[in-house]
Design a protein around this ligand. Structure first.
Ligand code: SIN
Ligand code: MN
Length: 205
């Protein structure tokens, strides 16, 4: 695994690459994501306890990330029995540029944040091999991203992510808590109706 690019900044092991996708690349991603959402519509997952997440989600790839009253997990087909859509080349190319050409990710989790959506601090730990990083791509409105520690609690740092930014969560950052406090609605014109999309690419098996 090689990082071919130099990060703009590194905070607690999170490698942040600012402004890595030009507007044509961002628009291409959005049009590919629209096709995915036709096949695998966005919905708000239930979390254990019965509440609905404020973020809407869907997935592409061999696995989709899924949550219901029973807990979080990856599932190898959509709840309706259909396969998840394939991860488009436009997204895989970013993985190849920032992570590896040796293995492609098994899952692209697609998160949509409307005006009031947020995501609590959590770890990405449903994958089998933490040697593979999670690659995050931000599109649309700005988001206040918070990072914490391997264990729950303790001091945190926050920073804004903008459309076209990429974050590599590997090494020391791989099991650190992270989340999104809020978005700054209307800061980007990438999505006609506003909001933010975050893609996270994961090796699952
Ligand atoms: C996630 O941790 O799944 C999403 C992170 C983000 O929205 O930037
Ligand atoms: Mn996460």
């Amino acid at each position: 695994m090689t990082t071919f690019e130099t990060p703009s900044l590194v905070i607690r092991g999170f490698k942040i690459f600012k402004d890595k996708l030009n507007i044509d690349e961002q628009n291409k991603l959005i049009s590919d994501l629209r096709e995915i959402a036709k096949d695998a519509p966005l919905s708000s997952p239930l979390v254990p306890g019965g509440n609905k997440m404020s973020v809407k989600m869907t997935s592409a790839g061999k696995y989709g990330w899924f949550s219901d009253g029973e807990g979080y997990r990856y599932i190898d087909c959509q709840p309706n029995g259909n396969n998840w859509p394939q991860i488009p080349g436009s997204i895989l190319n970013i993985w190849k540029k920032f992570v590896s050409i040796e293995r492609i990710p098994d899952c692209c989790l697609i998160n949509y944040y409307s005006e009031s959506a947020k995501m609590g601090l959590h770890q990405d730990n449903d994958e089998a091999d933490f040697n593979w990083p999670v690659l995050s791509i931000s599109l649309g409105d700005d988001a206040l991203f918070r990072i914490g520690n391997n264990k729950k609690g303790g001091k945190t740092d926050s920073f804004w992510l903008n459309s076209g930014d990429i974050v590599l969560m590997g090494g020391d950052a791989r099991l650190k808590h992270h989340g999104v406090d809020r978005i700054r609605f209307g800061t980007s014109r990438l999505l006609k109706n506003g909001g933010r999309i975050n893609l996270t690419l994961r090796v699952v098996d």
